[in-house]
Design a protein around this ligand. Structure first.
Ligand code: HEM
Length: 414
């Protein structure tokens, strides 16, 4: 790597405390976009990374999957968490590269097409309406935690239902996903036996038992489909199969949950936009895209170049970490007019919240469906809503999480 020292080096875009205390470092990203869109940061453990902050560069890199690999590094973690050795423990789409990646992606892709997901709409509506009915009571003013009472149970239930996990075990999925995705947050880190490795093992053991059952008696669910799938004419090896379930559970829960929680927060903070959506529920589609752009729940993924490359005059060496900051791309002033303004009717909205290229989010149609259902219901039924206490963020510079969001509201009973 070759870099030029400047006060930009002092910006903190990777420390998890920054994210927990202040939220996304948008002012820092803005400076980087304007002054040094490909910027090298040293990390205390001696390794560093290039911060890639412009949308065009993220797209350019993501669209060259054989030149910029996923495998060597999933993401950048301050303090050098053991991501390099990670592939010994989990092998899934996000840390695979072509041609293997394409073969594995085919294993699940037919379940995630817009058409296949469209068929799940009645179930997503039923799950959401049941939860809202519990929250609504008789239509009087109430308080609740929007995360634990609505967004977390909606996303976990939809996914568990799709996977074919028995209802009694849904709570387990919720605990595992919190512990894995929130591994840099002390609240979820746990102690003693509750390490990420233990959680992962517990989850793997659980799915191994379920795989045996579904191999013996396949059902119309995703555990069965993957358990009985062939990759290049062979059944998936156990590590790859179990990692697939882990990826779906973690990627499918944390992200959509946080988009939904952050989306309501944006509507509370921008009451005019909530009014617009209430007055015109057909805006729900553009509102959902704006919510994904605004919240951008996945903060970063990494790519590693296989050869030396020059981008915007910076000489990047083969093997360097290129950290793609999606929330920064989603406010890039070259692409988004008034990107710092939340607008439910923004159009066009070419955000990269779901990534782009070979690894484009497999669950994007599902996430969109869940968000449309949640916000269509809220637009229709919310009489009033405000924060009823502090909003708490997760300590992570990888996934932007909302741990708690107390709200005071009045919902029309059905
Ligand atoms: C608002 C919600 C979501 C957001 C913001 C989101 C974001 C992302 C992003 C940024 C990527 C990486 C793209 C890249 O590297 O180019 C990704 C990949 C992925 N997502 Fe999502 N996601 C969401 C919901 C979901 C859901 C509901 C599921 C599944 C049930 C899911 C499953 C996956 C999988 C399996 C991948 C890996 C794809 C691959 O490597 O080929 N995601 N997602």
């Amino acid at each position: 790597m070759e870099a030029i020292a400047s006060d930009l080096d002092q910006l903190d875009v990777i420390g998890p405390d920054t994210y927990a205390d202040n939220g996304y470092p948008h002012p820092a990203w803005k400076r980087l976009r304007q002054e040094s869109p490909i910027h090298w940061f040293d990390l205390p453990d001696g390794v560093g990374f290039w911060a890639v902050t412009k949308r065009a560069d993220i797209v350019w890199i993501s669209k060259q999957p054989t030149r910029f690999l996923n495998g060597p590094r999933l993401a950048v973690f301050e303090g050098g968490e053991p991501v390099e050795g990670e592939r010994r423990f989990v092998r899934h789409l996000l840390n695979m590269d072509l041609p293997e990646h394409a073969s594995y992606r085919n294993g699940a892709s037919s379940w995630f097409t817009p058409r296949a997901i469209g068929r799940r709409k009645p179930e997503v509506e039923r799950i959401t309406r049941d939860l809202l009915a519990k929250m609504a009571g008789d239509g009087e003013e109430r308080e609740a935690d929007f995360v634990s009472d609505l967004t977390a149970p909606v996303t976990i239930s939809v996914l568990a239902d799709m996977l074919g996990v028995p209802r009694d075990d849904w709570q387990l999925l919720f605990r595992w996903t919190n512990q894995i995705a929130g591994s840099s947050d002390p609240e979820f880190q746990g102690s003693g036996d509750d390490t990420v490795e233990n959680t992962r093992n517990e989850m793997f053991q659980y799915f191994l038992r379920l795989v045996e059952k579904r191999r013996a008696e396949p059902r119309d669910d995703m555990v069965s489909v993957l358990a009985n799938a062939q990759v290049d004419g062979q059944p998936m090896p156990p590590l790859e199969l179990l990692s697939y379930y882990l990826l779906l559970v973690v990627a499918g829960n944390e992200t959509t949950r946080n988009a939904a929680s952050g989306g309501l927060l944006a509507l509370i903070e921008n009451p005019g936009e909530l009014e617009k959506l209430r007055a015109n529920p057909r805006l729900v589609d553009t509102a959902v895209e704006e919510i994904v752009r605004w919240t951008t729940p996945v903060i970063q993924f990494c790519r590693t170049p296989v050869e030396d490359v020059e981008i915007r005059g910076r000489k990047i060496r083969a093997g360097d970490a290129l950290c793609l900051f999606y929330p920064s791309a989603n406010r890039d002033e070259e692409v988004f007019e008034d990107g710092d303004v939340f607008r439910v009717d923004r159009r066009p909205n070419p955000h990269v919240g779901f990534g782009i290229g070979e690894h484009f989010c497999l669950g994007a149609s599902l996430a969109r469906l869940e968000l449309r259902v949640i916000f269509a219901e809220l637009a229709h039924r919310l009489d009033s809503v405000e924060l009823a206490g502090p909003y708490e963020r997760m300590r992570s510079s990888f996934l932007g999480g909302v741990k708690r969001m107390p709200i005071r509201y009045r919902l029309k009973p059905t």
